[in-house]
Design a protein around this ligand. Structure first.
Ligand SMILES: Nc1ncnc2c1ncn2[C@@H]1O[C@H](COP(=O)(O)OP(=O)(O)OP(=O)(O)O)[C@@H](O)[C@H]1O
Ligand SMILES: [Mg+2]
Length: 265
């Protein structure tokens, strides 16, 4: 069985049907492209892979895939089993790409000294193979979004990437902190702001915040709480305070800049 569902995000300025249809076509083409195993790899994290759009330099696709083999469904139990993730389970602690895209788009009006990539469309592709005793299920979730040109701070700290000439550390980290303060005032917390999720826009040197896959809406005193799984185990270190991370990264970047200057002498 193959099921493909494609949707676009609702934004005020982009309601023209034609543009949206184009986005859906782009996504449809990309899925075909991906299913044919052609490569246009840009980067990856723990959950997702990001590919660039081969015809449009300003677009990219974030892909999350899950594979599972499930036993055939038993007859309905007399006690109903809930299918939604219970608040304590690990499932539900990560955002779907649809939700991540919503986060990216609701803060677009704050874009200025800090850049947030725009989300354009998302798709869900489900493939099911029915065996005699098992059903193999593959889910592919894809988001079409604005592509950022420039390295992540992790690329610089760990992969020896060149620091763009436009980068000015004091301005960069001040802008980032101001932005986070405003974002938190709106009740939005990133919770996964490590060096791989902060990029530098090459052209302007401005910070870019990506990957709202663990972000949440809420009050500061609640959003960073440890989570408890169904078995009552607490998971520490799943979420990280946005500012604490930024301060740590700033120190590392400044140290690296000094080292590189020293090497040049
Ligand atoms: N909009 C974008 N433009 C260009 N490159 C991007 C973009 N979004 C992501 N990337 C690249 O792809 C990598 C992985 O993306 P992302 O951080 O969203 O994945 P993830 O699996 O959710 O990461 P994490 O391990 O932090 O959970 C990034 O570190 C970055 O190098
Ligand atoms: Mg990431």
């Amino acid at each position: 069985m193959d099921k493909l569902e494609i949707n676009t995000f609702e934004t005020e300025e982009e309601k023209e049907m034609e543009k949206k249809e184009k986005m859906k076509d782009d996504l449809r083409h990309f899925i075909e492209f991906l299913l044919n195993n052609r490569s246009s790899f840009l980067g990856e994290g723990q959950t997702a892979k990001v590919h660039f759009h081969t015809e449009n330099p300003d677009l990219c696709f974030k892909i999350i895939g899950t594979r599972s083999a499930a036993g055939k469904q038993l007859p309905k139990p007399t006690i109903p089993i809930t299918t939604t993730a219970s608040p304590g389970s690990l499932e539900g602690q990560f955002n779907s790409l649809e939700k991540e895209g919503d986060f990216l788009n609701i803060i677009q009006d704050m874009r200025g000294n800090v850049i947030i990539p725009k989300a354009y469309a998302w798709a869900m592709h489900i493939h099911e193979d029915e065996g005699a005793t098992y059903t193999n299920r593959e889910e592919l979730s894809i988001m079409l979004m604005e592509r950022i040109h420039g390295p992540s701070l992790r690329n610089i700290l760990e992969d020896d990437a060149v620091i763009p000439e436009t980068f000015e550390p004091t301005t960069f980290f001040d802008s980032l902190r101001n932005f986070l303060r405003d974002m938190h005032e709106r009740g939005i917390f990133h919770r996964d702001l490590h060096d791989g999720n902060i990029m530098i826009d090459e052209k302007t040197g401005k910070p870019v915040i990506i990957d709202f896959g663990k972000s949440a809406l809420g009050r500061e005193e609640d959003v960073y709480e440890f989570i408890y799984t169904d078995r009552g185990r607490s998971i520490e270190g799943l979420y990280h305070k946005d500012e604490a991370y930024v301060n740590e990264i700033e120190i590392k970047i400044n140290t690296l800049i000094k080292e590189r200057q020293h090497e040049l002498k």
